[in-house]
Design a protein around this ligand. Structure first.
Ligand code: NAD
Length: 362
């Protein structure tokens, strides 16, 4: 088992990565003063992993209850969040209780936000069960629910006490969800790490046969990069914004097609292809680098073509509503080489419209 530390002074925490991990002792270590645990999960994950987790936690002497939510992004709502808080109150859980988030990013984000709010904050542990949650959402302390007027609009920065990624959970994950996770994996390599990028070009397809060594390397590398970025800039005042590579265009695609039509990671995949095309047009990267990045997205089975129904103006319209827009200026994270990106605020709308239209005409 591997341990990576997210360094945040008194709020530092470990990320454990391994196979068939016994969760009990690690939760015990992370929550030494806690007796009552509420496992938050969903209707899909509960039949797969809840019983095992419950047994391992009870073996450590914890009192364990569970709260099973409906599955899906469309249930990342105030009602589901309220359901968690109600479960805590119905069981008379006090400040010596904690939440365990067992599931993908949807469960993790909601459970974390409930932990941040219940009795002004109780501890929580992330047990991610999707690739996306292992490589991205369980680390870094962003928690949230959606509002009908915007995704992840209500939430808090609230760090877990530990993250425990047991790779065997990925065996039951549908291929489409693996692909969505790979969107964030490819992103991590492009923004930060050329050697990791080279590893992916050779090995990314092995993810689809659940190759444990490949999965271990991928989860470890992504957690190292994310924890180093978060340690430096927890609340996204600067550096952390590079993690949004591919997301500005990606969110526009999700919003235009209707959230849930494409998975988030798929939209990020195409978002990266568009952003790298913008880099190429601006002379920031070579044609070889652009082709290589697009090819890696294809190997990850990510979409690389703009949907027929989306114009350049559609992108601008949605990107103007993104919560990351500052003073009306859209900030673009663009690669300047494989393994490095910069943030640009000087891209005008016409440049983006022309780019999107030229990509569609290809
Ligand atoms: N907090 C952050 O920093 C951050 C970062 C990226 C994304 N997110 C959020 O994460 C969410 C997406 O997360 P996701 O991609 O994990 O989606 P998800 O949580 O919806 O999980 C995807 C699907 O896989 C199922 N599932 C989970 N584990 C499984 C397993 N082991 N076997 C079989 N099925 C399993 C789920 O029930 C769901 O149907 C979005 O809401 C996004 O906003 C948050």
């Amino acid at each position: 088992m591997e341990t990576i530390t997210v360094g945040l002074d008194t709020r530092s925490y470990p990320i454990y990565i391994g196979n068939e991990i016994n969760y009990g002792p690690l939760v015990s270590k992370a929550l030494p003063k806690i007796k009552d645990l509420m496992v938050v999960t969903n209707e899909t994950v509960a039949p797969l992993y809840l019983q095992r987790l419950q047994k391992e936690l009870e073996a450590e002497g914890f009192n364990v209850k569970s709260c099973i939510l409906k599955d899906g992004e469309s249930y990342k709502t105030v009602e589901s969040w309220w359901q968690i808080l109600t479960a805590l109150m119905e069981n008379a859980y006090g400040r010596d209780s904690a939440i365990i988030a067992l599931g993908g990013g949807v469960v993790g984000d909601m459970a974390g936000f409930a932990a941040s709010a219940y009795q002004r904050g109780i501890p929580f542990v992330q047990i991610p069960t999707t690739l996306l949650a292992m490589v991205d959402s369980s680390v870094g302390g962003k928690t949230a629910i959606n509002h009908p007027l915007g995704k992840n609009m209500i939430g808090a920065f609230y760090q877990p006490k530990a993250v425990i990624a047991s790779l065997d959970c990925l065996k039951t994950l549908p291929e489409k969800e693996l692909t969505a996770g790979l969107g964030e994996v490819v992103k991590t390599a492009i923004i930060y790490d050329r050697a990791f990028y080279d590893f992916l070009t050779q090995n990314i397809q092995k993810v689809f046969s659940d190759d444990l060594d490949t999965l271990h390397t991928i989860v470890k590398k992504c957690c190292e990069v994310k924890s180093s970025v978060v340690s430096e800039d927890e609340k996204e005042h600067g550096l952390r914004a590079i993690l949004n590579y591919g997301h500005t265009f990606g969110h526009a695609i999700e919003a235009h097609l209707g959230f849930g039509t494409w998975l988030h990671g798929e939209a990020v995949g195409l978002g990266m292809v568009i952003a790298s095309a913008l880099s190429l047009k601006r002379g920031l990267i070579s044609k070889d680098d652009f082709d290589s990045m697009k090819d890696l997205c294809k190997k990850a089975k990510l979409p690389v073509s703009i949907p027929e129904c989306m114009s350049g103006d559609d992108f601008i319209k949605h990107m103007r509503h993104d919560k990351k827009v500052r003073h009306g200026i859209i900030r673009y994270v663009l690669p300047t080489a494989i393994g490095s990106v910069k943030i640009f605020s000087d891209v005008d709308d016409a440049e983006v419209v022309a780019l999107v239209n030229s990509l569609k005409a290809e």
